[in-house]
Design a protein around this ligand. Structure first.
Ligand code: NAG
Ligand code: NAG
Ligand code: NAG
Ligand code: CA
Length: 397
């Protein structure tokens, strides 16, 4: 049994020297031996510490990434705001509260340099240049041009050329309006700066409205002025239309006679229009029947005297909208709407009165004049009705 012990010792010593040759693990081994814990416990604690460290790093990284993503996202949002909220300025980009982006009354839309001169019954308007216009396009620029006209008698509208991709266009164009002193005294000149877009509605950047009655015409006026927020519903005169309505309940016939129109807004370059009238019926807000008059060439005061008859039952007459719209016929381009109105049981004011007069005077034609309203105004009114309206429930009559 004895000789085996030194042998065993001998086997132990080479073992220890072997462990000494690889110094670092030996050192760690010794260190681990000094800790009064079993090896598995030490390894577990170590693993937990490493794991927690990794989790921390991942969290920090994730936060950083999210922040930079949000930053990237925010930029296009602001640009869309810029386009949507017409002319909201770079200052709203700087202000961090995104909530007040839509307000901010002192919005910077840019400036316009214009001149005005009145001599020998002629008003000459110079559209010189604009500066620091709001960028309306995604590219960060605009394609500006200016429209100019006089209200309330909007017989002529002029526009400058379009200047591509610039916020500081130099127009240098002059336009002349024939107008006598008395009318000038009552008139307002409107200069509107638009951004041209080939495929969508041109956005308005801003406008200037100047009352001509308060200007001293002894001098030529030349001024830089800040563009203002465009007025929501144009108070320009679109024209008036006269038509008669007749409803015969026993035969279920609704007859509309388009009689005449006057003072229509001119849509063509020559200061005239080629008007015609569309008569449309909508039942429960859905397009139902439509007819139109002939086109009257080159006139702002057309006489039609054209009659249209529709079959409408007494039950349906409570639910219809009668839409009367005046259009300018264009041979070469799309026809432009001059203005419209709608009548029906949920119409308002003059239009409701006319409709009610028709219903309370069966078999008798009732004629009335109406002021045309802008397409936008009528459509937004009807849209409002759309959203307010309770869905139609099919009742058993
Ligand atoms: C509007 O202007 C045209 C042309 O300048 C003129 O003939 C017409 O009498 C004016 N209408 C009104 C209502 O002032
Ligand atoms: C212009 O309007 C003012 C009142 O606003 C009036 O007193 C003046 O006589 C008018 N001038 C002309 C030429 O019509
Ligand atoms: C209008 O048309 C009706 C029939 O379509 C006709 O009887 C009437 O005389 C016309 N009115 C005028 C003023 O032309
Ligand atoms: Ca554009």
């Amino acid at each position: 049994m004895f000789p085996t012990i030194p042998l065993a010792k001998g086997t132990v010593t080479p073992n220890t020297t072997a462990s000494h040759t690889t110094a670092a693990p030996g050192f760690i081994d010794q260190l681990l031996n000094k800790i009064p814990l079993p090896r598995w416990a030490i390894y577990t604690i170590f693993a937990v510490i490493v794991l927690m460290f990794l989790v921390c790093i991942i969290c920090i990284c994730a936060k950083c990434c999210c922040k930079s993503k949000k930053k990237i996202k925010k930029k296009p949002d602001n640009q869309i705001n810029l386009q949507g909220v017409i002319g909201s300025s770079t200052t709203s980009l700087v202000q961090h509260g995104s909530d007040d982006a839509g307000y901010g009354s002192a919005k910077n839309r840019g400036r316009l340099l214009y001149s005005l001169e009145y001599k020998a019954q002629e008003l000459t308007v110079g559209l010189k240049e604009a500066a620091a216009l709001t960028a309306m396009d995604r590219s960060g620029t605009s394609d500006p041009y200016v429209k100019v006209y006089i209200t309330p008698n909007k017989s002529k509208t002029f526009e400058t050329k379009v200047y591509r991709k610039t916020l500081n266009p130099v127009f240098n164009e002059h336009f002349t309006f024939k107008i006598d002193k008395a009318e000038l005294n009552e008139s307002t000149i409107v200069m509107k700066v638009f951004d041209f877009d080939r495929f969508s509605k041109h956005d308005i950047i801003g406008e200037l409205r100047l009352q001509l009655g308060i200007i001293d015409w002894n001098h030529v006026i030349e001024e830089w002025e800040d563009l203002r927020e465009p007025s929501k519903f144009e108070d320009e005169i679109l024209g008036e239309i006269c038509f008669s309505l007749r409803y015969v309940p026993t035969t279920n016939k609704l007859t509309v006679v388009i009689l005449e129109a006057k003072n229509l807004k001119s849509m063509d370059k020559g200061g005239s229009s080629d008007p015609y009238v569309k008569v449309q019926l909508a039942l429960d807000k859905k397009k139902w029947k439509r007819k139109k008059t002939s086109v009257k060439k080159s006139t702002l005061n057309p006489y039609f005297n054209e009659s249209f008859t529709f079959d409408v039952s007494f039950e349906q007459i409570q639910r219809v909208h009668l839409m009367i719209s005046v259009w300018d016929h264009d041979k070469l381009s799309r026809n432009d709407a001059i203005g419209k109105i709608f009548l029906g049981c949920d119409a308002a004011g003059n239009q409701l009165r006319h409709w009610a007069d028709m219903l309370s005077n069966p078999r008798r034609p009732v004629a009335q004049w109406h002021n045309l309203l802008s397409n936008e105004q009528v459509d937004s009114t009807l849209d409002l009705k759309h959203t307010v309206r309770i869905p139609f429930i099919n009742k058993n009559f």
